[in-house]
Design a protein around this ligand. Structure first.
Ligand code: PAF
Length: 293
């Protein structure tokens, strides 16, 4: 069933399912505000407060806020993960209607990838080879492919990305630089539950007990930050952090302390050093990070 808007009522969010509808909606908004800055928040849906913060930030920094929801198949290296990814479109639309989103773009795969999924080439200068890249083959190729395509369709002036996906933000900044795309990338701070769990669409797949278990990630990062006041050597810090993490029940995939720009592991702490963690809580893969110095 189509959820696209058929006529544009003032102050009502417009829903566009096709590129033509989106262009029409943007023109409609631009007529009222020709110099209006377009702020774009690309998402894969299953919206939570972290997304709503991105939209809030977008509405503070732009005049027309466009949100897209598209579960991008090319960034999933595991078909099971793609199948399990939460899809909550009615609840998402309800949340967006209460937010400052002006236009929701819900594209179909055929319009995002009209020529099918062709081989897409981009050199990430090694940013894709570390951390997530070691465990999720071609994940960032899929992310860059869809983000470049969405930028091409939406033509935003600014685009907003959450820093929970710290490596993704570095990859997208790189994409925009090498492809010379005229869009400002605005990173937005991680939003956490009151207990400290980084908000993620995947948290919907966790039981109440698992959400408590998953706090070990945040607590380990906090522990790392406190160790960074005492130690300079990252091997020492990681050893203590891993021992602490192992007291919990999650399965660690990686824990690294990296330079925030190159994402290369640091031997010795430097200002801006980030600790990044990926771990499994049951079947659910979670990531988080924190600047520790
Ligand atoms: O962060 C996400 O939700 C996705 O990776 C993105 C940027 C929407 C691309 O599909």
């Amino acid at each position: 069933m189509s959820v696209a808007s058929t006529n544009f009522e003032p102050h009502k969010m417009i829903v566009a399912e096709h590129i033509q509808q989106l262009k029409k909606a943007i023109n409609h908004k631009k007529n009222a505000n020709p110099k209006g800055v377009i702020g774009f928040v690309p998402t894969m849906g299953a919206l939570h407060n972290g997304h709503l913060q991105l939209i809030e930030k977008a509405s503070q920094e732009s005049d027309i806020v466009i949100v897209s929801i598209f579960v991008n198949p090319t960034q999933f290296n595991d078909p099971e993960d793609l199948k399990k990814y939460p899809r909550t479109i009615s609840a998402d639309i309800e949340k967006l209607e209460k937010s400052n989103c002006d236009i929701l773009f819900l594209p179909h795969e055929k319009e995002v990838y009209p020529d099918g999924i062709n081989s897409y080439k981009i050199d990430f200068s090694g940013l894709d080879k570390v951390m997530e890249g070691k465990y999720r083959d071609d994940h960032f190729v899929g992310v860059a492919m869809v983000v470049e395509r969405l930028f091409d369709i939406v033509q935003p002036n600014k685009a907003f990305f959450g820093l929970k996906d710290f490596q993704q933000v570095a990859i997208i900044k790189h994409l925009v630089r090498v492809r010379q795309i005229d869009v400002e990338i605005v990173p937005v701070n991680i939003v956490r539950s009151p207990e400290g769990l980084a908000l993620s669409s995947r948290n919907q797949l966790l039981s109440k007990e698992q959400k408590e278990d998953a706090l070990i990630i945040y607590n380990t990062l906090l522990f790392g930050k406190s160790l960074a006041k005492e130690y300079d050597n990252t091997a020492d810090i990681l050893r203590h952090m891993k021992a602490y993490f192992d007291k919990g029940s999650l399965k660690l995939e990686y824990m690294e302390i990296v330079d925030p720009n190159t994402l290369k592991p640091l031997q010795s702490l430097e200002p801006g050093a980030h600790c990044c963690i990926a771990a499994y809580c049951g079947e659910v893969r979670l990531i988080d990070n924190m600047q520790i110095r």
